[in-house]
Design a protein around this ligand. Structure first.
Ligand SMILES: O=P(O)(O)OC[C@H]1O[C@H](O[C@H]2O[C@H](CO)[C@@H](O)[C@H](O)[C@H]2O)[C@H](O)[C@@H](O)[C@@H]1O
Length: 282
C-alpha cells in the first residue's frame, strides 16, 4: 500500500479509452456502482444505472465484469438482465460469463463444515448487539452491525473478530475474517477477488491479445485484491486505471480515487455515451 491516490484524471483516462480496442472493466458493486445504505436489499440498480451498463457493454470493444461479495441470487435478480456483462458472486466463488445464463462454481468449495461453528459465534454476537444481523451466503457468512448503536457495534465487532481469529487457527479449513464496511465476513482464505481477476485477465474474452485498457474500481478492503492482481500482472501500468472509491483515507494500492458511486456512474455514463471521442466531455 502506497501513498494516497490522486483524483482520477479524466482526460488521461479518456485518451486511453479512446485509443484502445480491447477494454476490460472490473467493477465492484456495493459502495462503487451503488451507494452504501443501511439495508443491503435496497442497494439495487436504478433504471439509469442499467441503461449505462447496458450501453457500455453493447460496445464490442468493451468487456464488463461486476465482481461482488454478494451472492449469485442477488446479482442474478438485480443485474441478471445485463446479458453482456460478466457477473462474479461471493468474491469469485461463482461466475456467470457474459452471454451465458448459467452460473459456474469456480472451485470445489466442498468444505463448508466450518459454517456451523462460525454461525454459532455470529449468532451469539447478533443476540447481544441489537440491530445487527447475519447474512448467510453459499460460502461466506457476514455479520452486519451497521444498524447497531455505533459504540456497541464497534466494540462487539472487535471482540467477535478476536474470538473468530482464535477459533479459525484451530480449524482445518483455511479461513479468514475480514473487516468489511460495518460488517465482519468469514470466508476461505483462497477465495478472493484477486484470484478471479487474474483468471479473467488470463482468459480475457477468449481473445489472443491482452486488454489494452483496464478500468478497475472498488471501495472496500476486498477490492484491494483486484488492484494487487492488476498491479502484479504483465499488463502495461499506463493502460490500467485502478480506482479507489470513497472519501476515506483507507490505505490502498489503487492509483486513482473518486469520491462517490455517483462519480463512478457519471464516468461510465460519459464513456458509454461517447463511442468515439470522449475528451471534450470531461
Ligand atoms: O463486493 P461488494 O459488491 O462491494 O459487496 C460487499 C458486501 O456488500 C454488502 O454489504 C455492504 O453494503 C450494504 C449495502 O449498502 C451495507 O448495508 C453493509 O453495511 C456493507 O457492508 C453485502 O451485504 C455483503 O454481502 C457484501 O459482501
Amino acid at each position: 500500500m502506497g501513498k494516497q491516490p490522486s483524483m482520477l484524471d479524466f482526460s488521461q483516462l479518456a485518451d486511453n479509452y479512446h485509443n484502445s480496442d480491447a477494454r476490460l472493466f472490473l467493477l465492484d458493486w456495493d459502495g462503487t456502482l451503488t451507494p452504501i445504505v443501511g439495508d443491503p436489499e435496497v442497494a439495487v440498480p436504478t433504471p439509469a444505472d442499467i441503461e449505462v451498463l447496458e450501453r457500455l457493454s453493447s460496445n464490442p470493444k468493451n468487456d464488463i465484469w461486476i465482481i461482488s461479495g454478494r451472492n449469485s441470487a442477488f446479482l442474478q435478480k438485480h443485474l441478471g438482465c445485463l446479458g453482456s456483462v460478466g457477473l462474479s458472486a461471493e468474491h469469485g466463488a461463482f461466475v456467470r460469463l457474459a452471454n451465458h445464463t448459467d452460473w459456474e462454481t469456480m472451485s470445489p468449495w466442498a468444505d463448508i463444515t466450518w459454517q456451523e461453528t462460525i454461525m454459532a459465534i455470529f449468532e451469539d454476537y447478533a443476540a447481544k448487539t441489537q440491530g445487527s444481523w447475519i447474512e448467510r451466503k453459499s460460502i461466506a457468512i457476514t455479520w452486519h452491525y451497521r444498524n447497531a448503536l455505533p459504540d456497541i457495534g464497534l466494540r462487539n465487532s472487535k471482540e467477535c473478530k478476536d474470538q473468530i481469529e482464535q477459533c479459525i487457527v484451530q480449524m482445518p479449513s483455511n479461513l479468514e475474517v475480514i473487516n468489511g464496511k460495518m460488517c465482519l465476513e468469514v470466508r476461505p482464505r483462497d477465495l478472493n477477488k484477486g484470484v478471479i481477476v487474474r483468471s479473467i485477465i488470463m482468459s480475457y474474452g477468449g481473445r489472443v491479445a491482452p486488454p489494452d485498457f483496464v478500468l478497475c474500481m472498488g471501495d472496500d478492503v476486498t477490492d484491494e485484491d483486484m488492484f494487487k492482481a492488476i498491479r502484479s500482472s504483465s499488463l502495461s501500468p499506463e493502460r490500467c486505471f485502478t480506482v479507489s472509491v470513497g472519501h476515506g483515507s483507507r490505505p490502498t494500492t489503487a492509483s486513482w480515487s473518486l469520491p462517490e458511486p455517483a462519480d463512478v456512474m457519471d464516468l461510465l455514463g460519459k464513456l458509454a455515451a461517447a463511442p468515439t471521442k470522449v475528451h471534450s466531455e470531461f
